[in-house]
Each structure stands twice: as C-alpha cells, then as structure tokens.
Design a protein around this ligand. Sequence first.
Ligand code: UDP
Length: 236
Amino acid sequence: MEKKELLYEGKAKKVYRTDDPDLYIVDYKDDATAFDGLKKGSISGKGVVNNRMSNLMCQMLQKAGVPTHFVEELSDRETLVKRVKIVPLEVIVRNVAAGSFSKRFGVEEGTVLKCPTLEFCLKDDDLHDPMINGYHILALDLATQNELDVISAYTFQINKIMKEFFLSIGIELVDFKLEFGKLDDGTIILADEISPDTCRLWDSKTHEKLDKDRFRRDLGGVEEAYLEVMKRIGLN
Ligand code: UDP
C-alpha cells in the first residue's frame, strides 16, 4: 500500500490517502506539543514508540472484542488504518486523580478513585477542549445516545484490559484519552493512538512518571521514559 497525498497534518501525526479509499496511512512524528500547542518540542524516537505501542494495544483490544482502526503496521512509524469519521470528542478515563481532574476538583494528584470515571471533552483546540456532558453532546448533535452508550461501554472495557496489562509490567495506568470514529455503516471503532502521549503511566513501585508529563512539566528524562515503556511492553 502506497502513500498518496497528505490529507491532514496534526501535532503528532500525518495522515495520508492510499489507493484504497477506505484505508489511510498514519505517520507518527517526533514533534511534541502541550498546553494547546503553547509548548513545542521534539522527543527523539517518540514516533516509533507511539506507533508500535498503539498497534500492540489495538491488537490486544481487538482480540478482546473491541473494534479498532488498526489494519497493518507498515514500518516503525507508519500504520495502515481504516478511514473513519472522527466523533469530535476526547474520551478520558481516570483511575487515579491527576492533571486537570486534580485541579478542577481539588483532589491531590495520586489519590486513587473509588471507581474508574469517565469524562468527555469537545475536540476543539481554539476552545481549549472544554469538558462537555452527555446532554450537550446530544443537543449539539455530536453523537447519538446509542453511540455514547457504545463509546462508554468500550471505554470502560478498554480501561479494564489496559489496567490489568500495565499492572502486569509494573505500571499503574492513572488516566488516558481515547478517540472513536465511525465507519460508513455507522459502526463505532477506536480510532486513535494509545501511547505515553495520551496515557499517564506511573511506575507501580516508585510512582515515577513514564509519560508525556515529563515533557509537559520539564522533568527531564523524557526519551528514556518512552523507551522504558516500550521495553516493558516487550517491544525493542
Ligand atoms: N490527554 C490527551 N490529550 C489531550 C488532553 C489530555 O491525550 O488533549 C490525556 C493526558 O495525557 C492524560 C489524560 O488525557 O493521560 C487526562 O488529561 P487531563 O484532563 O488531566 O489534562 P492535562 O492535565 O494533561 O491537561
């Protein structure tokens, strides 16, 4: 499968058309941004880690019955994926308080939540991805109730699978962000990366951060953290 024209270039990925109208190629970059693009940088090797880790996670989820956009890994940085219409929501799951949740609700970072929780944000950089509730989503016609139910059920299922997997490699899955898309026939599938860019991953014992917070918060050792995650998930 060959790359045709560039369709879209985002902050961390490029998306290309292919000969097949139903398939796109995603090309993962090393570029890193935070705070709505205010902070810019590069994390050497990040594209490779994010591509390979996302593909592994998608395959694991597919085996468990969660449909995803993954079709085939083409190279270290490139993957063939299904074309979808993205549902313009960031779906965030949390097991432990951190980041915006800690700030918004005044809960100390690291507090284990009584049960996993879910929130939706509107995917809109200009508006800084505001939090949005189910009624807003229906009123704005961003998704139907049935689509929201499917997305929520998949999300909690994904959380359960990923939490157990990361625990088995000494990593606490604090929170993460998912995006879903729709195939032409309306089927909802998982349609974005799952990587240290989009997950908070803490070492189970030391609580050392092994994710993009090292970049966001200038903690140093960013590349090393991404490589450590890749090593622990069995990719090298
Ligand atoms: N997240 C993401 N993209 C975003 C916002 C958040 O991937 O645009 C991820 C982030 O890496 C974390 C989770 O979603 O794992 C929850 O992020 P939070 O709402 O706490 O926002 P932050 O503190 O990162 O601004």
